[in-house]
Structures are given as structure tokens and as C-alpha cells.
Design a protein around this ligand. Structure first.
Ligand code: PLP
Length: 371
């Protein structure tokens, strides 16, 4: 089946005798046992599993061409489950331009538990020099947040396989629609479903999808069920509802994102545009090879200093000044001031999540904000 069809049908796990066409929300936290102590409905207690979460995990598994998926209450708890499943004392290789929240998590919660090197993973030939005796995982994020760097998943996978390391990929910016890391050799793919999967800025969630069910995956499943950082049935319902339009939303984000990137690249007040779909992007060829579309994410450097960038952010009217991304409404953000004093993000960088408004209105808005 194609992505459009999977997204609409695979998540409808309907049992009811009431004739529902879409799966109802099952709020029950507990489920009947039979005389022999079994669970005829397939569920015992809703932290362990429930009908809406099972439906969500099924469709996410199929969209990323994996063997199984675990849904979590946020993207950060999805990543944390993977890091928690590693043996303490392990060394991991992570990107220098890693999602800020994960970097913070690794440097605070996993301080003294995991050893981490943050390196430039776009320089594939430099990775092997960082592999040590206790290295177990390479974590890539592509496209990366906020610099839109592209990492060659297949090339990093070859290195990981040669050294028997696990490869995980944060594929949030691409969504399951435009990039399939498991087919390129990743072992686990991670998404913040708060972003494109949810798509309407009204639900928090995260997911891990595995290529194979192995012992490590059982550890992650145990952390999900016993740790309990799970999405509610209503969250799962919202995500399933959103997934049904994912493919069509992504086509719109792709078109609008690319059009705005082209417009801004030619604007005299803009110093640089980071968008993997532009031929000027340093990893454009790799992006073309491993992605089938580019979503609505781009970052730009405004000519001048941080003040100039903040002026633009304050002057646009259709782009809401807010963090996060992937929703139907366009968002804009002065990233360095969100990340705080330790940030390496340039002060004149603004990150844009292009929504699904009409592109002419979005371009006119920038036109007036840049004059
Ligand atoms: C937002 C985001 C996360 C974290 O997800 P939350 O749902 O906010 O916890 C992780 N990675 C990337 C690339 C993100 O954009």
C-alpha cells in the first residue's frame, strides 16, 4: 500500500459492534479478564497498552516500514527511552547541531551516565576517529534543527554496521512522508509527533520505530510500559486523525517552504537561506538522494546583527512568533534567544516553519517585514 492509503486505513482498529467507521476513543484504564485470567480484548491496563495507542503504533510502524513502534508522551521522552535503554558508561556519538532539548537532556539528566561526543556528522569521513571501545550508538538528526544540515544516513549506517554500533535517526523535520531512515540502514527512527505528525500545534507526542524486534527493543518497550511516559487515548486519537492528512499536508508544506526559500534567497536583506531543497545548500545532492520532499522548515540569516533579525520577527503578521514547528499555521522564531546564553546558533538566525496559508500571502508578509 502507498503512504496515503496506509495513513487513512492502517490505524482504524475497530472492534465495536456499534458500526463506527472511525475508531472511537477508549478511555477505560482497565480491561475485563475472562475465567482463565486472560484478556479477551487484548488489553490489560492502559499504561501497558490501549486500543488507541495500539492503533497509532500500528500505523506509525507501517509508515516508517519498521517492525514495531512505541508511542510516548513527547518527543523528548521517546529519545530518553532510547538513552535509558543503553548500558550506563556507554559512549554515544551525536550531532553538533542536535535538537537543543536533546542536547540539554544528555548534558543534564545523562551527565555521568553516558559519555557523549557532539560532532559534525555531515563530515562522514571524520566519524570513525571518534569511535571508542565503549561506543554503542550513533544518533543522527536530519534535517537538523535549526541549521537544516543533512546527514547521509546510508553512509553513516555503513560505518555503524562496520563497527557494530546502533544507528538512530531523529527524522522529525522530514516526517515519515519524506524520509524512511530504516530503509537506509538506521536501526531506530525517532519523531517528535508534536510537529508534522500532529500538524495542528495541539498535541504533544513522540515515537520510536524499530527496524527489527530485538533485545534492545524489548528494553525500550519495557521503559515505555513500566516507566509510563505514554500518550493518553485522546492524544493518540488526535495523532491518528492528523496522520490521515499527513501526505497532503506535507505536499503543501513542501511547496510553500521551497517557494519562500527561493524568494528569500534572492532578497537583498537576507544573507543566507538554509533549505535542503536549494541547489546552494551544501548537502543538496544528499538531500535529493535520501528525501522525497523537504517539509516547510527553513532558517535564514538576516543581514546585520541579532537586532535586525528580531525586528523582522516582530514585523511579520501572519507568522506567529512562537517556538515549535510543523503546524498548519506559519511560525517564526529568533532561535538564539530561545536557546539561551550557551547557544552556538547565530544571533541573526531566524527559523521559519512555513504553514499551509496561501504562499502569496506569506511572501507579501515578508515583503512588508523586510522593508
Ligand atoms: C521538537 C523536537 C524534538 C522534541 O520533541 P517534543 O515533542 O517537543 O518533546 C526532538 N527533535 C526535534 C528535531 C524536534 O524538532
Amino acid at each position: 500500500m502507498h503512504t496515503e492509503t496506509i495513513a487513512i486505513h492502517a490505524g482504524n482498529l475497530i472492534h465495536s459492534a456499534t458500526g463506527d467507521v472511525t475508531q472511537p476513543i477508549s478511555l477505560s484504564t482497565t480491561f475485563f479478564r475472562d475465567e482463565n485470567g486472560g484478556y479477551p480484548g487484548g488489553h490489560m491496563y492502559s499504561r501497558v497498552s490501549n486500543p488507541n495507542r495500539s492503533a497509532l503504533e500500528k500505523v506509525l510502524t507501517m509508515l516508517d516500514k519498521g517492525a514495531d513502534a512505541c508511542a510516548f508522551s513527547s518527543g523528548n521522552t521517546a529519545g530518553m527511552a532510547l538513552f535509558q535503554a543503553l548500558t550506563p558508561g556507554s559512549h554515544i556519538i551525536a550531532p553538533d547541531d542536535m535538537y537543543w532539548g536533546f542536547k540539554k537532556q544528555l548534558l543534564s539528566i545523562f551527565k555521568g551516565i553516558l559519555e557523549i561526543d557532539f560532532i559534525d556528522l555531515t563530515a562522514v569521513e571524520g566519524i570513525e576517529a571518534y569511535i571508542k571501545e565503549n561506543t554503542v550508538l550513533i544518533w543522527v538528526e536530519t534535517p537538523s534543527n535549526p541549521l537544516l544540515k543533512i546527514t547521509d544516513i546510508a553512509a553513516v549506517s555503513a560505518i555503524a554496521k562496520k563497527h557494530q554500533l546502533m544507528l538512530a535517526c531523529d527524522s522529525t523535520f522530514a516526517s515519515p512522508c519524506f524520509q524512511q531512515p530504516l530503509l537506509l540502514g538506521a536501526d531506530i527512527v525517532m519523531h517528535s509527533s508534536t510537529k508534522y505528525i500532529g500538524g495542528h500545534s495541539d498535541v504533544l507526542g513522540g515515537v520510536l520505530v524499530t527496524a527489527v524486534q530485538n533485545e534492545f527493543w524489548e528494553k525500550i518497550r519495557n521503559i515505555q510500559q513500566v516507566g509510563g511516559a505514554v500518550p493518553s487515548p485522546f492524544d493518540c486519537f488526535l495523532l491518528l486523525r492528523s496522520l490521515k492528512t499527513l501526505t497532503y499536508r506535507m505536499k503543501g508544506h513542501h511547496d510553500n517552504g521551497l517557494a519562500l526559500a527561493h524568494y528569500l534567497e534572492n532578497h537583498p536583506k537576507i544573507e543566507a537561506v538554509y533549505h535542503p531543497g536549494l541547489p546552494s545548500h551544501p548537502q543538496h545532492e544528499i538531500a535529493k538522494k535520501q528525501m522525497s520532499g523537504y517539509s516547510g522548515m527553513l532558517s535564514v540569516l538576516v543581514k546585520g546583527d541579532g537586532e535586525n533579525a528580531r525586528k523582522v520577527v516582530n514585523k511579520v503578521k501572519l507568522f506567529a512568533q512562537a517556538t515549535s514547528l510543523g503546524g498548519v499555521e506559519s511560525l517564526i522564531e529568533h532561535r538564539a534567544s530561545v536557546e539561551g546564553p550557551d547557544t552556538k546558533t547565530p544571533q541573526n538566525l531566524i527559523r521559519i516553519s512555513v504553514g499551509l496559508e496561501h504562499i502569496d500571502d506569506l511572501i507579501s508578509d515578508f515583503e512588508q517585514a523586510l522593508t
